[in-house]
Ligand binder design. Structure first.
Ligand code: SAH
Ligand code: SF4
Ligand code: F3S
Length: 440
């Protein structure tokens, strides 16, 4: 009898892409995807370990999933970063039946088939090169039905070892996929209807440094030259490796996104050193200046951690001052969360959870105001958008994103999805820009 699988995805875009690869692998083995947990025989939880909150949330979901899928004698699989970090424990405790880490999850269909036949083992967390399965799969049509947007993972893992971060431990060393494979995959996508891609890596600027392949800016340039792509995005950049060449390539190619995500983490040089980020504020500001001088229109977004161990009131004020000075379009802001076995977890924390949160909330309030002002600057501008979906608020409207990655709602219908339009921004409602098509 056909078995159905359900999948829930947490964490970063790489996990989203991994889930797509897993869906493909499961479908190849004859399993059928369902959006409904109660209707599934196999529930897959593709998890994230980056902060303890992320883990607690998934564990609660898994407990619920276990009851519902097991009610029908189904199985529960944990994949992704928590599978790598604590998969064997989760299996031992009975919360998961099988744990498959990021190295082997692209082959999850075969793994689960063997397991169901009673022949497979139940913990797959090797980080041996031999067990690494390439995740770029250049099949016509990509993953399932042709779609306007695709994630394209260009590197796996991370070797930067920022002192607070668990990613290098759970994802393993930097592995750059071959540029030829990536580019022929992108061509296949473009030929089969994809209009927009996002190149993914924990630090895309390090692309090729492990394998001696072309540098990131060349890969970006070659991707931009693929016919048929309306927009190319890339995340994440690391200030220590971000080269001026990237800005030139963006400037010279109208189909590369003007939204640059450049995680700052802290505005204090002392804290940046403790974080092992390998840049200081003067380097960061140098990049911001260069972007400003070279790109007519751009948006800058960032990640910031508050309450890193040893962060004084002065260090925190430095971060606030940077945020006010740089005026990011948006920021992902987090309260520091100690992660087991990372160097920062060994540093004594002086702040209580409440104090860390107070700092976070002060930062969020300031950034919110700036984000709103930046959005208001877009009023009356002409922007190019790619339509993504029907608006959540009205069936007579659609939502698309601009080249600065701002969501804009315009009148439209489902026929518009995947198409690009030039719009005039007319209004800001809540945090959403509203526009009208120029050709209507
Ligand atoms: N590779 C990317 C993203 C890593 S995870 C980068 O280098 O920027 C996404 C964000 O989570 C990080 O940028 C950081 O701001 C945050 N983060 C990572 N570890 C954290 C921790 N232990 N506590 C709080 N935030 C953390
Ligand atoms: Fe973590 Fe730093 Fe690697 Fe980003 S670059 S994934 S923050 S270790
Ligand atoms: Fe989370 Fe793993 Fe991504 S820890 S942020 S899912 S690499």
């Amino acid at each position: 009898m056909t078995k159905r699988f359900y999948i829930e995805t947490y964490g970063c875009q790489m996990n989203k892409n991994d889930s797509e690869v897993m869906i493909m692998s499961m479908e190849r083995e004859g399993f059928v995807h369902t959006e409904n947990l109660d209707d599934s025989d196999i529930a897959i939880y593709n998890t994230c370990s980056v902060r303890s909150h992320a883990e607690t949330r998934v564990l609660a979901r898994m407990r619920l999933g276990k009851k519902r899928v097991r009610g029908k004698k189904g199985i529960l699989a944990v994949t992704g970063c928590m599978a790598q970090r604590m998969g064997s424990d989760l299996v031992k405790k009975g919360l998961a039946d099988i744990a498959v880490g990021p190295y082997e999850s692209p082959d999850i269909g075969g793994i689960i088939r063997l397991f169901l036949n009673g022949r497979g083992k139940n913990v797959f967390t090797s980080q041996e090169a031999a067990n690494f399965h390439d995740r770029i799969m250049a099949e016509p049509g990509g993953f399932g039905d042709a779609s306007w947007h695709r994630w394209v993972t260009i590197t796996h893992g991370c070797e930067n070892f920022c002192s607070y971060c668990i990613v290098p431990y759970v994802r393993g060393k930097l592995i750059s996929f071959k540029s030829d494979t990536i580019l022929s995959y992108i061509k296949t996508l473009a030929e089969t209807g994809t209009k927009e891609i996002t190149l993914l890596g924990q630090n895309v600027n390090q692309y090729g440094t492990d394998s001696g392949d072309i540098p990131f800016h060349r890969l970006l340039e070659k991707a931009a030259a693929v016919r048929g792509l309306i927009r190319i995005n890339f995340i994440t950049s690391h200030p220590k490796d971000f080269s001026p060449d990237i800005i030139k390539i963006i400037r010279d190619n109208g189909n590369i996104s003007r939204s640059i995500h450049l995680p700052l983490q802290s505005g204090s040089d002392r804290i940046l050193t403790l974080m092992n980020r390998n840049y200081d504020m003067s380097r960061y500001m140098g990049i911001v200046e260069l972007i400003h001088r070279n790109l007519e229109s751009y948006s800058l977004t960032t990640d910031i951690i508050t309450g890193f161990p040893g962060e004084t009131a002065d260090d925190f004020d430095d971060t606030l001052a940077c945020v006010r000075r740089i005026r990011f379009d948006d920021a992902f802001m987090y309260s520091y969360s100690p992660r087991e076995n990372t160097p920062a977890a060994g540093i004594q924390e002086d702040l209580s959870g409440v104090e860390k949160l107070q700092r976070l909330n002060r930062l969020i309030a300031i950034q919110r105001g700036i984000s709103r002002e930046k959005l208001l600057e877009r009023l009356n501008m002409h922007e190019r958008i790619i339509v993504e979906c029907i608006s959540k608020k009205s069936r007579l409207e659609v939502m698309g994103k601009t080249f600065l990655n701002h969501p804009v709602v315009i009148p439209g219908n489902k026929e518009d999805i995947g198409k690009d339009f030039i719009v005039t921004i007319k209004n800001l409602k809540g945090n959403t820009l509203q526009g009208i098509r120029l050709d209507r």
